[in-house]
Design a protein. Structure first.
Length: 94
């Protein structure tokens, strides 16, 4: 028996109304985390280097970027993160 792909697993999971509701609720957080990692990697900065620039631990950067938890960074932390990688943060409200 073949293992399901991520796409097929996700499609099946989202058929459950409770799972779909929680997925939609957390979607902006996961998109933010993905963008943070992409921006950091585009600048060629490691988690360890970023942690030193901000004055925190690599573990804190790892937790902030992790998609395996729902840790919600505050705006001040996001500003420190983006400034430390030479980027800017903007917010859109739809």
């Amino acid at each position: 028996m073949r293992r399901p792909t991520l796409a097929s697993f996700k499609a099946k999971a989202l058929q459950n109304d409770e799972v779909k509701k929680e997925y939609e609720r957390l979607k902006p957080l996961f998109e933010l985390k993905k963008k943070l990692v992409e921006a950091r990697l585009a600048k060629g900065i490691t988690q360890e280097e970023l942690a030193k620039r901000i004055g925190t631990s690599k573990a804190n950067i790892s937790r902030l970027e992790s998609l395996n938890n729902t840790y919600m960074p505050n705006f001040k932390t996001l500003m420190k993160y983006t400034e430390a990688i030479g980027a800017k943060i903007s917010i859109e409200i739809h």
